[in-house]
Design a binder for this molecule. Sequence first.
Ligand SMILES: C[S@@+](CC[C@H](N)C(=O)[O-])C[C@H]1O[C@@H](n2cnc3c(N)ncnc32)[C@H](O)[C@@H]1O
Length: 769
Amino acid sequence: MVKRTSEEKGVAKTMTIFNTEREGQIEFYKIFLPLINPSLSLDDILADDNDGVLNGNLLEFKLRVNDLNATLFQCIKYLSALRVKGKPVPANIIIIDLNGTQAFLYKSADYLAYIETIYNGGASKANTGFVGGTYNQKYDYSKQMDASKLITILKSAEWTKIHLDENCIVGWATSYYKSVPTARKEDFIGDDTGKHKTIGEIRNPSIFADYIYPYTGQSNVRFQYLMDKLNDTLQKKNLGAFYTPEAYANKSHELLRKAIARVPDGYDYVIIDRCAGTGNLEKTLTDDELSHCILSTVEYYEYKVLQELLGSKVRHIIPPIEADDTFNAGLVRGADALSLEYIENPIIKQYLDNPKCTVILFENPPYAETTSLEHQRTGKGKSSSGWKNSYVVKEMKTNIKGSATNDLGNAFIWSAFKYYLRQNTDSYIVYSPVKYWKAQHIINKRFIDGYAFNRRHFHTNIDACIMVALWSNEESNEERLILHGYDIVDSNLDTEVKLPVNRIHKLYSELYYDKRPFSDVAEDGILIGLNGLEADASVKKRITPLYSKDMLGYMVADSVGFDNPDAKSSLLVAGRYNGNGFYLHKDNYLTKLPMFCASRYITYNRQWTERARIMKSADGADRFNKNINNLDQWLRKCLLFTCLEMQNHMRSFTGSDGRFYRNELCLDGDTIASKDLAKLNTNDTEKQLLAQWQYLMAEVKKTKEYNKALTYGVYQIFVEIDTSYKDDDGNTVWNNLEVHSALQTLKKLVKEYYNKEIVPKLFEHEFLK
Ligand SMILES: C[S@@+](CC[C@H](N)C(=O)[O-])C[C@H]1O[C@@H](n2cnc3c(N)ncnc32)[C@H](O)[C@@H]1O
């Protein structure tokens, strides 16, 4: 920033010339913010990747404005993004020319049609050529009079009302439930088309009265593909609604048609979907197929859209007509598929009781696993799940033990076979992650055919595998399924990949965890948290803190799947506070390392085809144990990987028990790992990895943070030496750039090494399956 004096009409004037936009912007806010609202900070106004929204004003700064129209278009794109996010659209657009001390005021209402358009790509790109109008006002804020006018404008809080459509309704729903946490879906999208007439916010705005025009669509059918995303917070937890995209729905019709082809001659058939939502799975069926469908869904507004879209075409919707008491706290009375009332519903029962009718269930059941991290994150976990007290879940618990009953989808799958399918030619086509068949063994039925789809396209942002399988109602003990896998690219199915799914039977904890006691042991050791240091005094400790000279550390390689992989795989210098693992003994730790290696699989294989398909198993334990002598070199490769892998959170430090805990699974000095790795016949990749490690260590030793009394692994280097801070411009500055760079290179080499040298044998010995 430099001060320059110029002459204007004979009067000397000092101007500040800025070198960067950021510098100018900060200076502008420093001068104006205290005059507008002293309690506001920069963070309050810079929330949305634009230059700031201050009351009812969107600000855009340029060092020098060289094209007002292009800058105006950039601002319009920011306003478009605010509408989509469900945020009020400021009435004023103010473009500021920093080095010219000029501000140009535009009214956003004049550009509403452009604001209600969707733009892709960066807002600052491709703006030249926009035909804007002239500005409403121009201010030279180096002059007192104009500066005062600009302050008045910046204090104003007026908004341009926008129209709701399918591009922005989800954003406004999110804002609404945030502002009114107790609100229900009816309060937001209620209409007066059914028996239950709550006129919701979108039709009669009160919270958003200044921001939106009332939505004039009579029903909610325009939002049919988004009804799951418009659920209130409570429903999101309980209904597990993730809608099927059209390309997948259509593909699964091939399975449905295979099921229809199995209907014996002369038989009627029904296609039942107990959790149809707005009918995405059925929408594109032929009229004849639709005439066999019986559909229902428990959420009231889905039910109404379902009625409107498919009511006249299908055989039945349950309940067939809306009665005065159908609306039941947001749900549809009589449509809860997990209730006894539903199972006994006479409309469905007449077909189940007809021996000359084939039953086909075709469903994408709700997905909510109360113990999953995904679910816990959104709220209270187990306590939020009304469905857990349902009739079906209670019955399922008398038949099935263990955690499988924590999964809402499993209740649908189990009850399908229990209450609906009766004959060998009956079928179930069901969308669900493979775990229910692969690991939980909820069903043992004959698999006819199936697809694997990417969960990301079901209104989530998780790349994972969802199976849609066609099951015949015949017992079978298959061990392996082959799925045809399809991702979606630009709304179409991508090319097919073949994906095997193998059943698993044994857990690591059953066959591999080392349960031997230590010969000489004390119980006054320490317990460790996930960050590798002593656990916080406040956390609940679940195991006894053992210490022994034979103890190398503690390993957790928990659960079959890869949900939350970092909490489910740990390597620590002493026991983990909440257990679920075992103490590593110095005499045989090498043979335990494949479990840790397998636990890292998803971190290095993030493709949608892997998560929720590949799991951890101990099924190969016999062969592994017999073959162990031939695996000596591979186990040492596992050791090399373990020493260089970031989730190995072993750290060297002195514990509160006064003992020095030394990280022995690292390559810094004469550790146990270093000695055991000396016996690895290193190939070129391994030589390169070791050289990179040595280079890293050499850089570490030059830093002021380095403590030569410790032995360092990559994680300890990462948290204690590879530190950084943010500079004034928000950029990250590394305190030890050489260390940071060396670590980055090492990470990349480790990934390649893992997939090439470790993974194939993990599969061969069924640590991964
Ligand atoms: C995964 S969505 C599938 C919706 C639609 N079939 C599709 O594929 O797009 C599951 C649906 O089940 C509904 N649902 C949740 N719990 C239910 C229950 N107990 N009875 C009936 N439907 C339920 C949800 O409202 C949601 O619409």
